[in-house]
Design a protein around this ligand. Structure first.
Ligand code: HEM
Length: 167
């Protein structure tokens, strides 16, 4: 679900936003680039990697009963955290930089004078909520994986051809 969502938004929407030659002439290397870079790269391939890891864990521990609460926390926190970083910081700074690049010139949009304005400072600080939520997701995922070894709960498995159960 997450990979499909970020494929649409991160790669599709934010990729095509910066891809056409005319917009890219003004936008290249502004904050709209990491907006697309993070939402496409982590959103699509990071999430896909996590999915693949979970798939492998199923194979490595077929008897394990998964505690779903930390996984649910990880899913929502990683996705909400990534959205927070994109929407509260990278997109608004990127749009302000684009306005400056069109109005004053590309040099100005990347200058220290522009990047040290109070509004940009405030938008950079706006990363804190999203990044914090994201970190909670990373810790929840790590806890979920560690728990499969530290405190595993296993379902009884039937041994082929007997009435015995193995644990
Ligand atoms: C899952 C697919 C994709 C991934 C993982 C991805 C990843 C990235 C990353 C990490 C960057 C930043 C590179 C840098 O800063 O040097 C980037 C830049 C770029 N991407 Fe994508 N991308 C994807 C799909 C797309 C699509 C579909 C489009 C357009 C239709 C696109 C258009 C661009 C453009 C134009 C840049 C350069 C922006 C600039 O130089 O300012 N990308 N991409």
């Amino acid at each position: 679900m997450a990979v499909a969502f970020w494929n649409l938004v991160g790669a599709g929407l934010f990729g095509f936003l910066i891809n056409p030659p005319l917009p890219l002439y003004y936008m290249q290397g502004l904050n709209l680039t990491p907006l697309h870079g993070h939402t496409a790269l982590f959103g699509v391939y990071g999430m896909l990697g996590i999915g693949l890891m979970l798939f492998c864990l199923r194979g490595m521990k077929p008897q394990a009963i998964w505690p779903e609460a930390p996984l649910r926390t990880a899913f929502w926190s990683l996705n909400i955290g990534l959205s927070g970083m994109a929407l509260f910081t990278l997109l608004p700074i990127g749009i302000l930089q684009l306005q400056a690049a069109i109005g004053e010139g590309y040099w100005y949009a990347r200058s220290a004078e522009f990047m040290q304005q109070p509004i940009i400072d405030m938008l950079v600080w706006m990363r804190v909520p999203g990044d914090t939520i994201f970190s909670v997701g990373a810790v929840a995922l790590a806890w979920f994986v560690a728990r499969l070894w530290i405190k595993p709960r296993t379902a009884p498995a039937k041994v082929e051809g007997t009435t015995e159960v193995a644990r």
